[in-house]
Design a protein around this ligand. Sequence first.
Ligand code: NAP
Length: 307
Amino acid sequence: MSETPTSQANPRILIVGNAGQLGRELEKIFLGVGPIVAVDRESVDLADAEQTRELVRRAAPDIILNAAAYTAVDRAESERDLAYAINEQAPRILAEEALQRNALLVHYSTDYIFDGGNSTPWIESDAPHPLNVYGASKLAGERAVENAGGKFLTFRTSWVYGPHGNNFLLTMLRLARERDRLSIVDDQIGGPTTSIELARATHAIVTGILAGRFGAPEDWTGLYHVTCGGSVSWFGFAQAIFARAAQLLTTKPPGLTPIATKDYPTPAARPRYSVLSNAKLRARFGIELSPWESALEETLQALRNAG
Ligand SMILES: NC(=O)c1ccc[n+]([C@@H]2O[C@H](COP(=O)([O-])OP(=O)(O)OC[C@H]3O[C@@H](n4cnc5c(N)ncnc54)[C@H](OP(=O)(O)O)[C@@H]3O)[C@@H](O)[C@H]2O)c1
């Protein structure tokens, strides 16, 4: 657990899951907003209800940013109870404790709560219908947060990646070193979103709320889609990565073959089309994330800078 000194003047911020892709970026960008208590799995096991409750009571936050989740989509099919403990029970406890303290809970969910049957971007009021255990556990978490009855923001996002962690971009760069040719699914369409852009949007909204720019909690509490602009298939995303990543590769980019989902069987089914409309976010907060192409470029630049 890392902790900065407390000052009564500033809101106390608890960041849960600070070792994850998003958690790392949140910890960086919220520096200076208020004293931060940031915890990873080493200090608190979110599958343990008592530890989770005790964490909030000890940290006594005004704002909780929950970046932790069980995100292993395929493994969740065989670890249902664990996925629900982290994706439903833990957010429920965080939301209950937030209510007790009149704190704001910021929580994150996924495009995988939808079944992919649309052909235009999904809006918040569209009916969820998850195809896999991960999506179902995240949907249960959304509902638990809302049902607790406190101040909350649930940000549904998609295809998250960044300069650290387990993600498609870093997997592509690793595979490029190991193989001459890669087969990539071309019939799943989504919105790649960087951890950097997601943290930036979270920061803009939370600091706007703290500054009183968005009105009273009843004016902004709720569920929002928050993704980078545009959409692409995994195959198109891989093409874009290799078109821009030459400097990060020691060999020439691998050849890419587009394949169908049915030719790449996985334990968990995935939605065919999971692009999320950000219209509600724009209308309510006046915020728009970068298009996925420029966000990709920014992340590649961060990797180049890191050497
Ligand atoms: N990644 C995506 O493509 C994607 C897409 C849509 C939505 N989202 C949502 O966006 C949010 C952020 O995702 P992300 O990509 O940043 O996830 P991530 O990189 O997998 O980070 C999740 C963090 O949660 C921690 N965690 C897992 N189980 C825990 C436990 N029992 N106790 C304490 N910590 C635990 C993980 O620790 P370990 O590293 O030790 O496991 C990890 O640091 C999540 O709500 C996720 O569902 C992600």
